[in-house]
Ligand binder design. Structure first.
Ligand SMILES: [Zn+2]
Length: 429
């Protein structure tokens, strides 16, 4: 189903023409922002220099730190009285990042959320419970207004009081929920304890943190929903930047509103389709706070093929942050890639530790991984076979030789919260 079929299925040529027109307009809007006037002047880029979409590569990147430095309103391209709402993103250090919206921005945002929700089959017949923070976090109000635009019955239940949330799902016959995947898991457990009946539920929209396909399977089983991944970023409106369609093998990003590039996070070089790197986005329709080539820090790749659902190319689900990237002998390695490889090999567990050393001026990577007793005969020969298999599979994915050490089940550290699986000892030498 489509909310705006004509735009969502624009032929490539028309889409690129629209993108270029909007990019040029964005470039004239940013002239109202001192940071960009200065930055573009230093880079010797004049608005007239952007004649094709590829010319965007002449423009320097914008980083999260730039936005922090502009606190509070340094990136607003319109007078403050035209800004009708402000959100902030939590900063772990220092000041938060402020984002602003004009009336048109809020309309556009709700429209994009409506596209996402319609894409996964939600309609004005649905009863939607929005179980995320309604404060400065964009997920609450963002989804709220999109769901109202579609005409759903919206329950702004926000977070907390899980038993009350479950009662509302039962009593109001809620058909769709939105929350973080970890809260959904908690909800499922409490519902089980309560012996609650959640049979009215059929759709789960989960986002704001990365989650795996095995978690998807568990959530679908426990809650009786079809689960969809949602990706967003407050700097680019908020939630709803990209969303899974019913095919669920990648996320559609709205190309008429966002110009997408994937770069090598270490060098800034633009990568091709199918190459994993950092997502860089230039929003094309924002009024209050236009941005140029914003580095999201999120790792994904572009999937070239058009989707069976009729929309244009997708991005892969986010697999990590560029801050986690390691450069080993000039090759970019993400811990999440190692995790994916290990998940495919039944002979080993999915806990691992990575050690990086510099030996004779060469980077050496050692990976400790736990053996899975169910697939291990106990013979030394079998140990060698498994080790060889892991080394080969890692090599096929990383294109890098590694040393693999098999260790006893349960011997590697377990992490609550953010895992620290990489120990880089190169700087110690
Ligand atoms: Zn699709």
């Amino acid at each position: 189903m489509f909310w705006d079929e004509k735009t969502e299925t624009l032929p490539k040529r028309d889409l690129e023409r629209l993108q270029l027109k909007r990019l040029k307009k964005t470039l004239s809007q940013v002239q109202n922002v001192e940071f960009y006037r200065k930055r573009l002047h230093e880079a010797q880029v004049k608005p007239g220099d952007i004649r094709t979409l590829a010319d965007i590569q002449k423009i320097p990147f914008t980083r999260k730190q730039d936005l922090r430095d502009g606190y509070p309103f340094g990136f607003f391209a319109v007078p403050i009285h035209e800004v009708v709402r402000i959100h902030t993103t939590s900063g772990t250090t220092g000041k938060p990042t402020v984002v602003g919206y004009t009336r048109n921005d809020l309309n556009t945002w709700a429209h994009l959320i409506a596209r996402n929700m319609t894409m996964v089959g939600l309609t004005d017949q649905d009863i939607f419970q929005n179980m995320v923070n309604y404060g400065m976090f964009t997920g609450g109000l963002g989804f709220h207004y999109g769901a109202e635009k579609v005409g759903m019955t919206v329950i702004p239940s926000a977070t907390g009081n899980t038993r009350r949330q479950i009662e509302m799902i039962q009593d109001f016959g809620v058909t769709a929920v939105h929350c973080t995947p970890s809260y959904a898991m908690h909800l499922a457990e409490v519902a089980e304890e309560m012996g609650a009946n959640l049979e009215s539920l059929n759709t789960g929209l989960f986002g704001a943190e990365p989650w795996s396909d095995s978690m998807r399977a568990e959530l679908e089983k426990k809650l009786g929903v079809t689960a969809f991944d949602s990706y967003g970023l407050s700097e680019l409106f908020g939630p709803g930047v990209a969303f899974e369609c019913p095919e669920r093998d990648g996320l559609h990003i709205w190309h008429d509103c966002y110009l997408v590039e994937i770069i090598d996070p270490a060098t800034g070089e633009v990568l091709g389709d199918g190459e994993r790197g950092e997502l860089v986005v230039t929003p094309l329709v924002k009024e209050a706070m236009p941005l140029l080539r914003y580095r999201t820090g999120d790792i994904t790749m572009q999937i070239e093929d058009d989707c069976l659902c009729g929309r244009a190319k997708k991005i892969a689900r986010i697999t990590g942050r560029s801050d986690d990237m390691l450069v080993i002998r000039g090759i970019n390695v993400f811990p999440s890639q190692i995790e994916h490889v290990l998940l495919r090999i039944p002979e080993v567990g999915n806990q691992f530790m990575v050690y990086v050393d510099r030996i004779n001026h060469l980077d050496e990577m050692t990976i400790d991984v736990e053996i899975n007793r169910d697939y291990f005969s106990g013979e030394l020969q079998d140990l060698a076979r498994i080790q060889k298999k892991v080394v080969k599979e890692l090599h096929d994915t990383l294109e890098l030789r590694t040393t693999v050490k098999l260790v006893e089940p349960g011997s590697l550290p377990r992490f609550e919260g953010k895992a620290k699986r990489v120990i880089d000892r190169r700087s110690e030498m």
